[in-house]
Design a protein around this ligand. Structure first.
Ligand code: ATP
Length: 333
């Protein structure tokens, strides 16, 4: 296991600075998810940890040790990519033991290790198959096994599930959580998918334009977003936002906090409007409601009994409202 620290790290490509003076500590043994929109610098951070593409200035420490001058292969990290990086002509077994053969690990020991790791990722029935005969999820497990065989103190994962279909992604998310529990190793996982971040992370590091917006457990990012960006990035559909005054302050509420009805009720915030769209998802329904003062708000609730064009009343309890100052930071009211 190992902690990772970024100290005043900057990274430029040509003359473009994509990360500037970034400080971040990734805790030992935790599942940390770097999340943010495309191009915000997540992969850049991961590559700096791996040493594939080092920082322009500042230091990266692994387990308290400055690794700036340590080669990628000697940092005790293993990386898993979205495109698996497995050899198509080799069997699953050969893929997993490839690094061991290179390191001259004796044959019996290799067999034992491959089978232990194969069992951990549920691949032991497939060891003699070629990757082309495996499903996407099984191939991703081969990639994980290839990383595990190095016995790294840090796993770096760059969108490893993005090539899988929706159902398999959900299954692999659970498998990764279990794998992390079993191994107890530091996981650093990059994704632009906030649902992946929310469901797997011990700690979310939310980034935008190279800057960390919030670093907290998922429930804290959801309940106490540090700013407007965090409030709107986490949650589906995103938080509803409306202006509060003429000083660019805003307030917001989550679609799932709205109470919808046909009669006005007494809430801190109430509005009348008309249902514009209705999306029935099974256990819940998402409505878009256009209020009389011209806002379009999303409402998510278990009640599917409203129809398009229907006049409705919305209410939001006081403790479900969020307030943001002109600087877009959340203010407690
Ligand atoms: P995505 O989710 O799309 O992979 P990301 O958050 O991982 O995005 P990075 O790949 O870290 O983003 O890229 C951050 C910024 O750095 C982007 O503006 C990108 O264009 C730039 N960048 C990354 N690699 C290079 C490179 N080799 N040369 C020039 N610019 C680069």
């Amino acid at each position: 296991m190992a902690s990772i620290e970024f100290v005043k790290v900057s990274k430029s490509f040509d003359r473009q600075t994509v990360i500037q003076d970034l400080d971040l500590t990734i805790e030992d043994g935790k599942f940390t998810v770097l999340v943010g929109p495309s191009g915000c610098g997540k992969t850049t951070l991961l590559r700096m940890i791996a040493g594939i593409d080092p920082q322009t200035s500042g230091s990266v420490l692994i387990d308290g040790k400055d690794v700036t001058r340590i080669a990628p292969g000697k940092r005790g990290v293993a990386m898993v990519f979205q495109n698996y990086a497995i050899y198509p002509t080799m069997s699953v077994r050969e893929n997993i033991e490839f690094g061991l053969v290179n390191n001259k690990v004796p044959k019996a020991e290799r067999k034992r290790l491959v089978e232990t790791i194969g069992a951990t990722v549920g691949l032991n029935d497939y060891l003699d198959r070629k990757p082309s005969t495996l499903s996407g999820g099984q191939r991703q497990r081969v990639a994980l096994a290839r990383a595990m065989v190095k016995d790294p103190s840090v796993f770096l994962m760059d969108e490893p599930l993005s090539n899988l279909d929706a159902k398999l992604r959900v299954q692999m998310r659970i498998e990764l959580i279990e794998l992390h529990k079993k191994l107890g190793t530091t996981f650093v996982y990059v994704t632009h998918d906030q649902i992946e971040a929310m469901s797997m992370a011990d700690t979310i590091v939310l980034m935008n334009k190279g800057v960390i917006q919030q670093e907290a457990p998922p429930e804290v990012v959801y309940r106490k977003p540090s700013n407007l960006f965090a409030a709107q990035f986490i949650g589906v559909p995103p938080m509803n936002i409306a202006p509060l005054g003429d000083d660019r302050a805003t307030f917001g509420f989550r679609p799932e906090s709205v109470v919808i009805g046909t009669e006005p009720e007494s809430f801190h915030y109430t509005a009348k409007g008309e249902v514009i769209t209705r999306e029935m998802l099974g256990s819940e329904t998402i409505y878009q409601v256009k209020t009389t003062d011209g806002h379009a708000f999303m409402v998510k609730c278990p009640d599917d009994g409203y129809h398009v064009d229907q006049q409705v009343c919305l209410g939001v309890p006081a403790d479900q409202l969020f307030f943001f100052g002109p600087d877009e930071n959340r203010v407690d009211e």
